[in-house]
Design a protein around this ligand. Structure first.
Ligand code: SF4
Length: 311
């Protein structure tokens, strides 16, 4: 097994709430370009903007909508409704709009979605904006995205370089692990080795358990174990890390690099050194680049995207 990172050349498609990509499609005719925060990195992905409320035929400008009698999940089971500010029931239209967007995302091959939290349609963990409660989360479209297992990224996190770095590395690992074959012990060991550093950062106990069980596995149990490992690891990779865990991982991996290469990277600081999240994100990107150039495995960020023309 090669102890190097995985390089993928596939440009991943990410769905995005159209109002977060600059389209003025909100009920009040507004929108924000949050993707501009990614700078040139925006070009490493293909974006598929959708707006469930526009696809519902509600138009811009429109009356704001709210969930009534339950959350977005209950709308799908017929136990809750969607009403506009005038009290008109628009449930069927909103469901049709959400389905049309899911169809578009599926045609585009999107596995991830950048959502506008706070919306009664696209919201996932919040359906409240500026203290205006529009029902209980998730929203109608958000509920469908959760059900279908999309990798969900809140649009507000694109504004933080460190949060985006965390989302990106987990998304790339998620994509690789979702598609890698796990039919033999060797494939399973490789998938485990490549993802264990990141998984350990996210949940140490789970990772230790899997590692212990993997050591005892016999050939006839590989399929069942592989399916369980993949499902649980994908669930884990959907959840964000935090600044403390990330800086500790960076330091651990840098120490490994230093030992192996016998050289230092001056810009990388120990976890106890106070610095802002922008500096930490810069150090992480530097560590990724140096590890790649020197062929040292940076397990904290095990899957990298490279354009076919670059190395
Ligand atoms: S939050 Fe979703 S439904 Fe609302 S405007 Fe944005 S894309 Fe459209």
């Amino acid at each position: 097994m090669e102890k190097t990172e995985i390089i993928i050349h596939t440009k991943l498609t990410i769905g995005v709430s159209a109002c977060c990509m600059g389209s003025p499609v909100r009920y009040n005719g507004k929108g924000w370009d949050l993707l501009k925060n990614l700078g040139r990195e925006k070009n490493d992905f293909r974006w598929c903007p959708v707006c469930p409320e526009c696809m519902a035929g509600l138009g811009v400008l429109r009356e704001p909508i709210r969930l009534s009698g339950g959350d977005g999940t209950k709308v799908w089971t017929g136990d809750a409704e969607v009403k506009n500010r005038k009290g008109e029931i628009v449930t069927n239209k909103v469901i049709e709009g959400a389905l049309a967007c899911i169809e578009a995302l599926s045609r585009a091959g999107a596995i991830a979605y950048v959502y506008m939290d706070g919306s009664p349609s696209c919201g996932v963990y919040r359906t409240t904006l500026k203290n205006t409660n529009r029902g209980n989360p998730p929203g109608v479209f958000g509920a469908k995205l959760l059900e279908l297992g999309f990798f969900l990224i809140p649009a507000s996190d694109l504004q933080s370089p460190l949060k985006w770095w965390d989302w990106r590395r987990r998304l790339l690992a998620f994509y690789w692990l979702k598609n890698v074959p796990l039919d033999s012990k060797n494939q399973l060991y490789e998938a485990w080795y490549k993802t264990k550093f990141l998984c350990r950062e996210l949940n140490q106990e789970w990772t230790q358990n899997i590692g212990r069980n993997l050591a005892l596995i016999v050939e006839e149990d590989v399929k069942e174990f592989g399916d369980r490992f993949r499902k649980e690891a994908l669930d884990l990779l959907r959840k964000p890390s935090n600044t403390k865990k990330i800086t500790n991982s960076l330091w651990a991996q840098y120490s490994y690099y230093k030992k192996l290469q016998g050289k230092s990277i001056e810009e990388i600081n120990a976890p106890e050194i106070k610095r802002n999240v922008t500096s930490i994100a810069k150090e992480l990107l530097l560590m990724e680049r140096k590890a790649h150039e020197d062929k040292v495995f940076f397990g904290t960020s095990p899957v990298l995207y490279r354009d076919k023309r670059s190395n």
